[in-house]
Design a protein around this ligand. Structure first.
Ligand SMILES: Cc1ncc(COP(=O)(O)O)c(C=O)c1O
Length: 394
């Protein structure tokens, strides 16, 4: 058996293993059911039928009013990029953009690029719990604000944002409201039609679907113009031949994730609480970030004061426990989490953080083993720390 079968995988916010039902659903489209959904012949029409069935599934999971509002993309990054740039193309007279300070790099770096292209960009601050400050956001909004982008659930802390109130504020000045829901799909009930939302991006690989596929939901009446030009696929909103197998797998993952949401949330809450209680009991100087805010049930971002989170990650990996120190997209760069810094967490504590993200296959035994290994490692690292380095007790 390969070493990879022995791991305790607690990095489900980075990616998840495609579940067998998903692989089974998509495989025929890499073989005998291949086809281009734009072709007129029967093979093309069969592909088109599969594509539209998948669109219905994804639309249902998002709570969209119409399936046609779903535009398939290559994932969350592309959805975020298209959302921001498409809003600016539709409303060129508005050049002000607001994104929250805790967004994923997909939004933050798109906003940074827009700032070099003549847009004014403001970052909406968050409070100590990692929740966007509505008073501050309201002060930032202007008559020329084109788009406000605030994620539904944060990928590092799991903290859920008050979208209904943010959307109402954005709409009060006529701005378009986008949410990156990559970490919310499959973890929270999404009811896009009922919320003051215009655009929403999601990704398949966070919900046991394949990598490299996702969707941008565009409300029918939303002002938005495609930033990418090419063929007429997706009603001209996203050109390029469809990744049909990926889309079929995504749809199956959506159906399953939505059907199992309540049961999974209950189980994940228990496991997450077990992990946090265990860590807090085993060690001094443990901080659970966002613990007092509403969070998705699978995510726990924890700091162990006096140690380097990266060192904990590497040593846990030696024991076969896979975690991260924050966003997988910034892993390897040396900067502390921008999400924690935005919430006012001191840099040293931000550098001492480890993210555990639970999945469908996580068991209580794995959590207990993880608590034990983490405690051992943190104690070991603290014992090696130079004298004078304090273990802060929160
Ligand atoms: C909140 C958030 N947005 C966007 C992305 C990017 O999604 P994708 O990997 O599908 O491009 C991620 C993935 O890490 C994410 O967590």
């Amino acid at each position: 058996m390969s070493q990879l079968h022995l791991v305790i995988y607690l990095d489900c916010n980075a990616t998840t293993r495609p579940r067998p039902e998903v692989v089974e659903a998509l495989l025929p489209y890499l073989g005998e059911r291949f086809g281009n959904a734009s072709s007129v012949h029967r093979r093309g029409q069969a592909a088109k039928a599969a594509l539209e069935t998948a669109r219905e599934s994804v639309g249902r999971s998002l709570g969209a009013e119409h399936a046609r509002e779903v535009v398939f993309t290559s994932g969350g990054t592309e959805g975020d990029y298209l959302a921001l740039r498409g809003a600016l193309r539709a409303r060129p007279e508005r050049r002000h953009v607001i994104v929250s300070a805790i967004e994923h790099e997909a939004v933050l770096n798109t906003a940074r690029a827009l700032a070099t292209e003549g847009c004014e960009v403001d970052l909406a601050p968050v409070d100590a719990h990692g929740v966007v400050r509505l008073d501050a956001l309201e002060r930032l909004l202007r008559p020329d604000t084109c788009i406000v982008s605030v994620m539904w659930a944060n990928n590092e802390t799991g903290v859920v944002q008050p979208l209904e109130r943010i959307g109402a504020l954005a709409h009060a000045v006529g701005a378009i409201f986008h949410s990156d829901a990559v970490q919310a799909l499959g973890k929270l009930p999404l009811r896009v039609a009922a919320l003051p939302l215009d655009l929403l991006s999601v990704s398949a690989h966070k919900i046991e679907g394949p990598q490299g596929v996702g969707a941008l939901w565009i409300r029918t009446a939303a002002p938005w113009l495609a930033p990418l030009q090419g063929g007429g696929q997706e009603r001209g909103r996203r050109p390029g031949t469809h990744h049909l197998a990926g889309i079929v797998g995504f749809a199956r993952a959506c159906d399953l994730a939505t059907a199992e949401l309540a049961e999974k949330t209950a189980r994940w809450t228990e496991l997450r609480d077990r992990l946090e209680r265990g860590l807090l009991r085993s060690l001094p100087g443990v901080t659970v970030h966002g613990a007092l805010a509403e969070r998705v049930a699978n995510t726990s971002f924890v700091s162990f004061s006096g140690v380097d989170g990266e060192a904990v990650l590497m040593l846990l990996d030696e024991y076969g426990v896979c975690v991260s120190t924050g966003s997988a997209c910034t892993a390897g760069d040396d900067a502390p989490s921008h999400v924690l810094l935005a919430a006012g967490v001191p840099e040293a504590l931000a550098r001492a953080s480890v993210r555990y993200s639970i999945g469908r296959e996580t068991t209580a035994e794995q959590i207990d083993e993880t608590i034990e290994r983490t405690a051992e490692i943190v104690e070991h690292l603290r014992a090696l720390a130079p004298p004078g380095l304090e273990v802060l007790t929160p």
